[in-house]
Design a protein around this ligand. Sequence first.
Ligand code: FAD
Length: 774
Amino acid sequence: MKRKTAAVIGAGPAGLTTAKSLLASGIQPTVFESRKAVGGLWSPAAGSVTLNPGMRTNLSRYSCVFPELAYDPGIAMLPTAREVGEYLEEFRRRYIPDECLRLGCAVVKTGRVEGGGWSVGWKEVEEEGGEEGNAEFDFLVICSGFFSMPYVPPMPMERFTGSMLHSIEYSWPHDKLSGKKKIVVLGGSMSGVEVAADIALRVASLSEEERAGIEIVHLFSRPFWVIPRFLPIAHKEDPSAPRFVPDDMLLYDVNGPRKNPVAIDKTQEEKNILINTFISSQVGGRQEDIHPNLHITDHYMRYTPWVTISDSYLEFVRSGAIKPVVGRLESADGSTLHTSTGEITDVDTILLGTGFYSSASLQRFLPADFYRDLTSSDPGIAEDPNFLPVLLYRQGLHPSFGNTGGFVGMYKGPFFSILELQGRWMAGLLSGKLPWPSTREMELGISESRATRISRITARTPEARIQWSMGDYLGLVDELRRTIGLPLLPETNEVYPNTMIPAHFSPGHEEAEKTLRQMTEVLTERSGSDEAKGGILSRAIFKALHGKWKLRRKIVSKHPGFSSGTFEGVAEFLPRPPSFSCTPPPTGDSGASDEGNEHEELSTCVSITITPSTPPPLVHSGEVQEYLYTETGTFTTTPSLAMPTPLTIQARRSYIYRHHPVQDAITVWFVKPEDSSCVDYFFHRVEISGRAKDGKGGWVGGGKHLCRADWYWPRYRFCFNDGGGRGGQAGDGGLKRFEIGYGVKGPKKEYDSDGVYERIKGVVGSGSWGGLGE
Ligand SMILES: Cc1cc2nc3c(=O)[nH]c(=O)nc-3n(C[C@H](O)[C@H](O)[C@H](O)COP(=O)(O)OP(=O)(O)OC[C@H]3O[C@@H](n4cnc5c(N)ncnc54)[C@H](O)[C@@H]3O)c2cc1C
């Protein structure tokens, strides 16, 4: 019997995994891809939407992966887009024979043919006159992606005199942003938050004069949750020293609150409160201490949550670098924006985090009546490009396809597991191994989608608008799993949490087992001398330092030429793109091997090669993350026989703190005396040794460094917010207090210093930059 054939449109993750499943079901796929490489958004090849190659995934590599190919163990927990692209290329090499691929070939026309089947017309994408062709296939699977074109909502903006830029076009530097004083970022979902935080980071690296007067306003219609990329799991004996796991590990725990059987009996409002309470327990609070406009009040707790992911956004808000404003943009006049809640004046640039026109790519190849059927089957209900663009049964099927095809990837949420399951489902249906739902069943499913769409379009208040049309990710996974006959995920696991990841769909497969082993390694609670190891503790600590702190330091000197006293002031860890390149020195003694050799003229600093980065490398591509640390305040000397009257001195000091993800190491660097923003030489490496054994709690660590003629023995203690539930309680990065102390001994100094840093609560900025003394 002749092998059945399928045209697959798109060689992104959806097209690749679908082609693999079709091949396994005995169907011959031809994958058309308009780019010159596979990988879709993750591919380096140009397309209408391409991710910045240095951008890191929001979810861990255990979620952004297909079951039958594990990542190389050397890949960071949150891979870059480039690494995901390379992974997908390897997936293609392993599973999709070359003859199945038509790269650089855009599908421009499709249509049903008599007797079933599809005719597909394509055009080669060449600089000049690519060839055109046409062929018939038994089946058609559309994998053209959800994010096919930037979406700009219809707004009367003709009278706006500034410039507008969509988030997908955003890069730094950008001529629409350079030299601008007031930038308004629009949209309170993933892109708006990410772009606002990135602009704040870039502005932070400008000189004080350059950044003076720059304002970043973030305009959104309702408060949203900001979840950090890593969440804490409280330790039973010392909740102030939690371990950290990537956020998807806790959010997609199959034993999480969604599993609660009583939830079935609850009203939608009660379910919303349950989910919001769960998120609040993970992030520690309701953002009330960050800014009133981000507070998830009792009122918002009753509505479906809006969720974003960022490690730095909240601290930029707290420090005043980003000004959050609730309101909807209604129109513009010159440089003034009119919103539902007031005016924003003197605006230079609007950055649109307004999402994507998801059905746009379909218009290019679907017959007009077919497109209409799929997208807007209700008179009077507008097409809905951004939320639920295509009305489908379980995001995949529509009766118009007549059991000859459907969609994979017309979905928004955690992608890889859904794409894998949808691809398998589609292959099962087309090969006849799985039963098709009846037309009636499909129509019922489609009317449910339509009702969701209408409820969003007709929502009377912004809080009643839901963020995701397919919000119940675990529910969707479970439904697809059952449909294709995969076993239930085990309810218990040897480690906590029991996270749903794609590797569970291929039990026993060598590659799936590899991913599961890698994940178990991260989730396993360590003990003894290993408890601080595991890959992400230093990163979590480093991220939590961001922001302003009240600092009190006591110095006790044993050297007559050096005063004892107390310093009181404010310290700030200001993130910025890495300003130089270097490799962190190895752990241990920071290069100085002999403790007794105290006064040797040795500086490990000079043995480390530092290359200034001008201009600074892209934030995402720089493996390293960096803070400029600055403290300002007053030092008051302790009365002594030599100096009975206390002296008061204004003091300011800077260092550079860096995190090196490959080594998961934090290093500290001296700055140049003549330019306190510029690296001078290496100071020490912060080595976290384990949980405190002195009963005072927290993670403790230290280091040792001989610099010029002086020995330094730094001491660190990081105390996170006390955890209540299993997930711990860790708002504002989780760090409520930390200590840095030094023992110092040299020919001209011998002192002990103990600094205590406490988070300054509430909004500490005034909408402008700098202002350490606030
Ligand atoms: C800013 C941003 C960040 C994201 N971050 C994450 C993340 O961290 N983790 C995650 O899992 N997901 C993330 N995603 C979602 C991402 O879209 C999915 O991971 C994944 O790319 C979806 O795969 P896909 O194959 O459905 O679509 P795509 O990757 O968009 O691939 C579709 C392909 O179809 C091709 N195509 C379209 N029309 C035609 C045509 N007519 N002819 C031929 N080819 C065509 C396109 O060129 C494209 O290559 C992010 C998305 C965006 C926009």
